[in-house]
Design a protein around this ligand. Structure first.
Ligand SMILES: NC(=O)c1ccc[n+]([C@@H]2O[C@H](COP(=O)([O-])OP(=O)(O)OC[C@H]3O[C@@H](n4cnc5c(N)ncnc54)[C@H](O)[C@@H]3O)[C@@H](O)[C@H]2O)c1
Length: 448
């Protein structure tokens, strides 16, 4: 099929590259000329495992990028909207979505064949039907259903795993105003034969995305609240507690020979210094605000957010317990991205932790395998010194704080062995074995 994808951020570019890999002809559209140029050269504008390889393979062939949205619409049969939907404090900001819908409508005006417009961005229930569709009709002067289709196809990818998750999805949700819209999308996804495809209306498709993300965020905040209580009780390690929870028959299956198989959800039922990223915080806030609009008090989701906003303070609390003052204390932050295998620092817990430490007068250093450039956009060299290697990061530190679960950080116990005196190590993700480091502290762990 010939498709256009508007917005080449994390979702747009991964979607474009993967559909090209599946044999479709893809035109990526962005207003950012530098991103367009990079894509046309076969270079990924973001760090995402496997993406560079796909772009190298398909750029200039089945995949191209342009800033000309009207031309892209003329040359394709289906357009996906993948622009940002940031939360503005009260609701999601639909400025980018509306802009794109207006431009798509104008392009449809002169298009003689039936075209399908799909919203891939995360939008609150009702947005596709009540905002996007009327804008398309108004600017095109045409009728949805008769002249063009309008659908909603939420994206579930996880940054860092995006290419793999797109190529091997767990589900495909196809919303649409009518059967024709849904069937056109189904055609696009024909190359994913063994996946459950849910055909539904646009509002349900929109709601599925929010419900899915809110559940996972709830699991994280639940685990963090339990961790904080373990800390207060003392001599109860949250890692042991959550292990006891994970082995329940509801969360694992015991195979013959005592081997257990656990569903991936248990990785969200683990204590840490909070969730971040461009999706969980924004999506939970948006759903909570949307509930309020419909007179449904979203008490649970509001609590999920509150627990999460407070959680980075646990790191500062642990450090303050061990140092009478943090003034001049050299603290290294291991991991700046919001999760491993990405350079995305949007709403990363590393940000409030670094800011709090700076307020306390600490000298802060950071190390991340791929997010150094992003960090430089947020912190000046005076605020945050950046280390080139993990070994450099852990030396000459009074305290080390692990914030991101990068696999590389499993080497820390070995690196620390050679250091005297031993720095304090605060495990913000409970990634490492507490017995492997002399001065170990962690979230949800306090001894009397
Ligand atoms: N990042 C994720 O992991 C993820 C996962 C699932 C869903 N989502 C949702 O997908 C949507 C996009 O997220 P993202 O992280 O890819 O966003 P992003 O901010 O990384 O990228 C958005 C892109 O849209 C471009 N853009 C803005 N206005 C434009 C216009 N008028 N025409 C063409 N391009 C335009 C921007 O230049 C930018 O490149 C959001 O709604 C998000 O919630 C994101």
């Amino acid at each position: 099929m010939k498709i256009s994808i508007v917005g080449t951020g994390y979702v747009g570019i991964v979607t474009g590259a993967c559909f090209a890999e599946k044999g479709h002809h893809v035109t990526c559209v962005d207003i950012d000329q530098s991103k367009v140029d990079l894509i046309n050269k076969g270079t990924a504008p973001i760090y995402e495992r496997g993406l560079d390889e796909l772009l190298k393979k398909h750029a200039g062939d089945r995949l191209r990028a342009t800033t000309d949205l009207a031309e892209a619409v003329q040359q394709t049969d289906l357009s996906m909207i993948a622009v940002g939907t940031p939360f503005n404090g009260n609701e999601i900001d639909l400025t980018y979505i509306k802009n794109v819908a207006r431009q798509l409508g104008l392009a449809l005006k002169t298009k003689s064949t039936y075209h399908v417009v799909i919203v891939k961005s995360t939008v609150v229930p009702g947005t596709t039907d009540d905002v996007v569709l009327p804008v398309l009709e108004e600017s095109s002067g045409k009728k949805a259903g008769a002249d063009f289709g309008v659908g909603m196809n939420p994206e579930f990818l996880t940054e860092g795993e995006a290419v793999n998750e797109f190529m091997y999805p767990d589900r495909i949700v196809l919303g649409g105003i009518d059967q024709q819209t849904i069937e056109r999308q189904a055609e696009l996804y024909q190359g994913f034969p063994d996946v459950e495809v849910l055909r539904t209306n646009n509002k349900t498709a929109e709601m599925i995305k929010y419900a899915a993300n809110s559940l996972l965020a709830t699991c994280i905040s639940f685990s963090n609240e339990i961790a904080n209580l373990c800390t207060a009780i003392k001599d109860v390690d949250v890692v042991d507690v959550m292990h006891g929870v994970h082995v329940s028959r509801y969360l694992s299956t015991q195979l013959p020979g005592k081997k257990r198989v656990q569903p991936p959800v248990v990785s969200f039922l683990a204590a840490g210094c909070g969730f971040g990223g461009s999706c969980f915080p924004k999506d939970v806030r948006a759903l909570a605000a949307h509930g309020q609009k419909h007179d449904v008090p979203m008490d649970l989701l509001n609590a999920v957010l509150l627990v999460n906003e407070r959680q980075p303070q646990q790191i500062v609390r642990i450090l303050k317990k061990r140092f009478s003052s943090l003034q001049g204390v050299r603290v290294t932050i291991l991991g700046l991205a919001f999760r491993p295998d990405t350079n995305d620092m949007r709403e990363s817990p590393a940000i409030p932790i670094i800011r709090a430490l700076l307020r306390e007068g600490a000298k802060v250093k950071g190390y991340d395998p791929v997010a150094a450039e992003e960090a430089r956009r947020l912190f000046s060299p005076q605020e945050l010194e950046l280390s080139q290697t993990l070994a450099e990061g852990v030396t000459q530190a009074d305290a080390i704080v692990l914030v991101t679960r990068w696999d590389e950080f499993r080497k820390v116990p070995d690196l620390l062995k050679h250091l005297t005196p031993q720095p304090l190590f605060v495990d913000g993700r409970r990634l490492l074995d507490k017995a492997s480091i002399d001065r170990y502290e962690g979230i949800g762990l306090e001894t009397t």
